[in-house]
Design a protein. Structure first.
Length: 150
């Protein structure tokens, strides 16, 4: 299976009118979109998605934040998709994130950091499965691929 990363435009990104700005960065980078939906995450989905942070002090704030409005959930694919997307997203705390990254260009607070990206290929597959049935992911050929990939 091709590498996958689950990307979320978090509620602050949606409310601030930054959906297009954020998606455009992944699209221009050369990642390939195979799934997208606009949803209000259920309590159950939020707890599954952020299960690894259950014991952290910020866990309940994180759940409230991710459920504070709708999110855009996407799956992007391709060789090195996870690492490339993490680079485009930037460091967890936007104040420490490099200029040129989504968080470094658009964010100010760790609890309003605009976007989620899976942190490993293994978690990319797992997290994509929390949000999408296999039948919702699109297998398609992108004509531009030969200009993006060697
Ligand atoms: P990332 O989203 O960069 O993968 P993470 O997986 O370590 O970061 O944490 C998930 C989210 O939890 C992160 O986007 C923001 C929040 N978070 C992480 N560390 C935090 C902290 N020290 N204080 C408050 N929120 C934090
Ligand atoms: Mg993470």
């Amino acid at each position: 299976m091709e590498e996958r990363t689950l990307i979320l435009v978090k509620p602050d990104g949606v409310q601030r009118g930054l959906i297009g700005e954020i998606i455009g960065r992944f699209e221009r980078r050369g990642l390939k979109l195979i799934g997208m939906k606009f949803i209000h995450m259920s309590q159950e989905l939020a707890e599954t998605h952020y299960g690894i942070h259950k014991e952290r002090p910020f866990y309940s704030d994180l759940i409230n934040y991710i459920r504070s409005g709708p999110v855009v959930a996407m799956v992007w694919t391709g060789k090195n998709a996870v690492e490339a997307a993490r680079g485009t997203i930037g460091a967890t705390n936007p104040v420490a994130a490099s200029a040129g990254t989504i968080r470094g260009d658009l964010g100010m607070e760790i609890g309003r950091n605009l976007v989620h990206g899976s942190d490993s290929p293994e978690n990319g597959i797992k997290e994509a499965g929390y949000f999408f049935a296999e039948s919702e992911l699109v297998d398609w050929n992108r004509d531009l691929d030969s200009w993006i990939r060697e």
